[in-house]
Design a protein around this ligand. Structure first.
Ligand SMILES: [Cu+2]
Length: 149
């Protein structure tokens, strides 16, 4: 039996900290509600994970009830509904806007990208990019432009 070489101090530190790394980065877990058959929803989840988010995916045939619960305004919905840090995130919202939301903490219900614009994260189709807006949903259910892509 060979004696295990002790890990250098930094190695131990990383080992101890690694399960807490997402907390250390200040990124809360994202709960995503989606239909089990939704492919673009999974691609959006991969986009979030690639950007450092931990995701809990919930397959459900009743995504709509979560839209009501979280306050997605009628007509501003998309394929999946998510919840992070007390905010709603509807549709193919880019991870950087979610990070900005969590940092700026506006008084709002959250963000939505209505519909499913081609070229948004999880909706890539070659080089095609439809222009779209990320909307901030205010407490009264009205919206204003948060970002343009
Ligand atoms: Cu989609």
């Amino acid at each position: 039996m060979t004696a295990m070489k002790p890990l250098p101090r930094l190695g131990w530190l990383l080992l101890l900290l690694s399960p807490l790394a997402p907390l250390a980065a200040g990124l809360p877990v994202v709960d995503v509600y989606k239909s089990p058959s939704c492919g673009c929803c999974n691609d959006w989840i991969k986009h979030l994970q690639a950007n450092g988010f931990q995701v809990r995916a919930h397959n459900t045939d009743d995504v709509v009830s979560h839209k009501y619960r979280l306050g997605v305004p009628p007509g501003y919905g998309s394929c999946h509904t998510a919840e992070v840090g007390g905010y709603l995130v509807e549709g193919h919202v880019p991870a950087r806007e979610i990070k900005r939301l969590l940092k700026e903490k506006p008084k709002a219900r959250g963000l939505t990208v209505p519909g499913m614009p081609i070229g948004s994260p999880g909706m890539e189709q070659g080089a095609r990019r439809d222009p779209y807006e990320v909307l901030l949903v205010l407490p009264d259910g009205s919206t204003r432009t948060y970002a343009r892509y």
